[in-house]
Structure formats: C-alpha cells, structure tokens
Design a protein around this ligand. Structure first.
Ligand code: FAD
Length: 515
C-alpha cells in the first residue's frame, strides 16, 4: 500500500523498492539497476515522472541487462533506504552495476534532463564502462572489427548477424543490440565508419545503415523506411527464424488447424471482422454480464452507459442493431434502483427471438483467433469493439468522452480479467481527462492500447503467432511513422488518425463467416 501512494504503480513496469525488498533487488542482481530516488511531494519529481515512465517503456526490452526501479523517500517506511544510499536531493538517479555489494552506494547521474533520449544515452555510457563481472544477459557493446566478424559464426550459434554501421558518436548500434537482446537466432554488433576493411568490403556509404551478414561472407542491406533505431529493431525482430527467447517459433496455418478445437478460419490480418464483434457482444452480454446477479448503483449506471453506446454506435447488421436499440430503450425506461441479470437476460432473449432482431448465440472468432484456445479471442474482441465504437462516434457523436467513459466503467465493473481492469483504470484515471475532442478519443484509445502492448510484449499471455507490437507497424502504415531531428521515433498523429478512421470504419468491416 505504501508503494501505491507514490508516483508509480506496478502498471508502470518499474520495480518499486521498499525497505523490505531493497537488498534482495539491488544486491547481487544479475542486471544492472537504475534507481530513481524521489519524494512524492517534490514538484520536480512529479514533473519528471512521465519521462521516467516513458523511459521504462522505451527500454523495456533491455530489462535482463538493465532494469529500472524507483523508491519514494517521502514514505517514512523507506527513510532508511534513502539514508543508506546517501540521497539528499530529489530526484536522484543512481546506477548500480550488476552484482553490487551491500556497501555500494551507486553511481549518481550528475546532470540529467527530462528527456528520454538523453537518459537512455547516459545509461548506455554507464553500461559500456561496466567492469567485470559483466551482466550476463548483456551482449557486447563495443564496436566490432573485420577480424571478429570473420570468425563470428565459429563461436556464435545464430542465424543472422546484423551489422550497424555508424559513426562513433551514434548510439543506434548499441540501442538496437539491446533491443534484440531477448530474441534468439540473431546477434547485433555496431561497426564504426572508421573500420575501413568492413566498410569497403560491404560498400557502405550511408551511416547509419544496417546489413545482414551470413556465414561464408554473404551480406545484404536491411531495407527500412527510415534509417533509425525503431525501424531496425522492428525489422530485425521479424526476420525469419528470429523468435523471442522461450517462445515457440511461429507455425503455418496448416499446423494451427490441429491446435484448436474449432476449424481454423483463414483471415486477412489487415481487416476487422463482424464475426469478432458479434462474438464479443455475445460473450459480453450473455456470459460476462451474467456473472452479476443484480445491477445497482454504479454497476447499473455502467450497464446503461454501455448498452447506450452500443445502441448508438454499433455498426452492425440491422438485425443486431435492432436488438441493441430495443434493449437500450427498455433499459433506459427502467427507473428502479436495481435490475436483476435475469430480467436483463429475459429481455435480451425475447428480443433475440423476433424475426428482425437477433444476436447469434456462441462465438466464432476470426481476426481474433488464437493459435491456442487460451490466446486472444474475447479480450481481442473487446479492444476491437471499442476502437470501432470510438471511430463511429467520431462521425456520429458529440460528447468526446462518451464511448471511453462507457468503456472505462464497463472494464472497471465487469471485465473478467481483474488485473487488466486495474491497469486500465490507472491509465484512465491518469490521462482520460486529456480527451477533449472526438478525434483525440480515437487516438487516446489507440495510444493506451499501445502502452498495454508494450507491457505485454513477451508475456505469457502473448500469442507467439501474434506478437505484441507498437501498432500499426511500418509495414501496415508507413506514413504513420516518422523520426524527429534527433533521430527519435515519433508517430505522425495526423496519419495515425487517418489510418484508424479507415481501418476501423464500418464500411470496411468484413462479414465473412457470419451465420
Ligand atoms: P490485442 O491487444 O487484443 O489487440 C486486438 C487487435 O487490435 C490486434 O490484433 C490489432 O489488430 C489491433 N491493435 C493492436 N494494437 C492496437 C492499437 N494500439 N490500436 C488499435 N488497434 C490495435 N492482458 C494482460 O495480460 N494484462 C493486462 O493488464 C491487460 N489489460 C487489458 C486491458 C483491456 C482494457 C483489455 C481489453 C485487454 C487487456 N489485456 C490484458 C488483454 C490483452 O491486451 C490482449 O487483448 C490479449 O492478450 C489478446 O491479444 P491480441 O494479440 O489478440 O491483441
């Protein structure tokens, strides 16, 4: 509970240090650790916290080599921790090398700005000068040479060697090396533009640029839209044979057929399917809400708001929208302070029997199919449904937060994954008020979904067939991606919005596999 009062929560993927856990985490850690010592009352710390959270997301893939932690020195219970590490001003950031001893006080960052790139570079500088013992999960960061490359495949059991050519001041090579740290079958090394023999051999003229090098000396240039970290990392993580450590390699749809009890339904990854939306409605209305016996108070308000946005914006077949509208007008007429699920269900099933209104019983996942029964499906459907609803509201609605408020309270009150609900509520509480127009509502849900994708990349719940990525990837929407003058990846929000409005638009939804 003390940690929750601070500036960070477990949803931020930050290690929350306390008096009890500090030793077990900092001492003898196999990863280097970055620790922010802050005080929750300090204005600078409050202002810095979004940067620190963004940094954590930015270098999430580096965790096995370098992980980030924070401790609230304003919390009385942590007073001893901050005293032991001789922290006097806030925020203080310290670097702890791997296998630190109990008396080690950490190496402070002398000056740091509210800038993710600057902090990331500082971390790389510290990592590079890390003495022995080197963090075991951290690949070599120093530039490689022709001599090393010549014998590389004799000592390294990988399929691909990616070489990033750059000048000495560039950090891209080291960043991509660490971005690929949790992926098998690939190694990344930086090569300086002064390494003449390799530069000449491969005919490299652009810095940075990335080449794939193979046993026997074959090589090919990695094709990317923009020569920058995000594009290299995304492309390399998707090379044939490259998989996240510990995940099975993707299989063909031929094999998928035997994995699931349902027949596999071939689908277009770039489209939304009505079958997924109807399956989501079925599961939500008949199964998830069915876990409630009565709706009252906030749950009742939440149910009414949810059915109301469905009735207004669900771009379904007329038989389905008729049912939703009917259900909605019935529900809004109920003036009592409680409604039983039985009454709700009776109304639903009665409506579903009339000739011009129905909601197909059962689920039929298509774009939300998983390679195993425990992957994707309903939660995938929930995201898809609400993206579609925000896009519909963009052209038909007037209240910018209407759909998002309905989603927030649905998830909070009814979504079966309680941990998900907690995380989502944290995000909504933090940023939903920034939504002041219908287009920003569409973008808000997209960007929050990407925060969740970032957190879940590599998690047990990730379907290896459908890895969690920052979406839409460059091969889906090239114009959505850009880099700033300093080489940092950025989204072109105008293009992203255009993409979302098209991707989730009602006239592009495919009706294959409907009953
Ligand atoms: P999903 O993430 O479900 O996405 C479905 C589809 O939406 C994708 O296939 C893609 O086509 C599209 N898409 C992907 N990213 C975006 C984007 N940024 N914007 C628009 N469209 C996009 N699981 C947990 O383990 N822990 C959690 O804390 C958690 N929180 C959740 C909170 C909510 C509100 C929801 C609805 C789900 C949550 N889940 C959580 C489940 C998790 O997010 C996924 O839904 C689930 O793992 C299935 O993943 P998927 O591969 O089908 O893709």
């Amino acid at each position: 509970p003390s940690a929750e009062a601070g500036l960070y929560t477990a949803s931020d993927q930050i290690v929350l240090l306390t008096q009890e856990n500090v030793e077990s985490i900092l001492i003898n850690s196999t990863a280097a650790m970055i620790v922010e010592f802050y005080a929750s009352w300090c204005g600078h710390c409050v202002a810095f916290s979004p940067t620190y959270k963004a940094l954590v997301r930015d270098i999430k893939e580096w965790k096995p080599a370098v992980d980030l932690a924070a401790v609230d020195c304003a919390d009385q219970e942590n007073r001893e921790v901050c005293k032991t590490y001789k922290v006097r001003g806030y925020p203080t950031i310290k670097f702890f090398h791997a296998y630190s001893k109990p008396d080690y006080e950490g190496l402070p960052f002398r000056e740091f700005s509210r800038n993710v790139q600057d902090l990331r570079h500082k971390i790389l500088d510290k990592l590079e000068t890390h003495g022995e013992p080197w963090p075991p999960a951290c690949p070599p960061l120093e530039p490689t040479s022709q001599m090393e490359v010549d014998v590389f495949f004799e000592t390294n059991d990988v399929k691909h060697l990616a070489l990033i050519f750059e000048d000495a001041t560039s950090y891209v090579g080291r960043e991509v090396t660490l971005d690929l740290l949790q992926f098998d079958s690939i190694a990344v090394r930086r090569v300086l533009n002064t390494e003449e023999s390799l530069v000449t051999k491969l005919g490299v003229t652009e810095f940075p640029s990335c080449y794939l090098y193979y046993p026997g000396g074959n090589f090919t240039r990695l094709r990317v839209d923009i020569e920058a970290r995000a594009f290299y990392s995304y492309a390399l993580q998707r090379l044939p044979g490259v998989v996240r450590s510990g995940k099975p390699p993707p299989v063909s749809t031929e094999l998928l057929k035997n994995n699931t009890e349902d027949p596999w339904r071939p689908f277009d990854k770039f489209r939304v399917y009505m079958a997924d939306l109807e399956s989501t409605l079925h599961y939500s209305l008949r199964v998830e809400l069915g876990a409630q016996s009565v709706f009252q108070g906030r749950a009742l308000t939440s149910l009414k708001a949810y059915i109301s946005v469905l009735a207004k914006y669900f771009p379904g077949r007329p038989i389905v929208t008729n049912l939703l509208k009917d259900l909605n007008s019935w529900l809004q007429k109920q003036t009592g302070d409680r409604i039983s699920y039985e009454a709700f269900k009776e109304k639903l099933e009665n409506d579903a029997q009339s000739p011009n209104s129905t909601l197909p019983d059962g689920v039929r996942w298509v774009g939300c199919q998983g390679s195993q029964p425990h992957f994707r499906r309903y939660p995938c459907g929930v995201w898809t449904l609400f993206h579609v609803l925000t896009v519909q509201a963009n052209s038909k609605g007037s209240d910018p937060q209407e759909v998002l408020r309905a989603m927030r309270s649905y998830v909070h009150n009814f979504f079966g994954c309680r941990e998900c609900a907690g995380h989502f509520e944290n995000m909504a509480a933090e940023t939903l008020e920034q939504v002041t127009s219908l287009p920003t509502a569409v973008l808000w849900l997209w960007s929050r979904h990407n925060v969740v994708n970032n957190r879940l990349a590599g998690a047990l719940s990730e379907d290896p067939q459908f890895p969690k990525i920052q979406w839409p990837p460059p091969d889906m929407c090239s114009a959505c991606h850009a880099v700033k003058d300093n080489g940092e990846h950025t989204w072109n929000l105008t293009e992203v919005l255009k993409f979302l409005l098209t991707y989730f638009s009602s006239d592009r939804i495919l009706t294959d596999y409907l009953e």
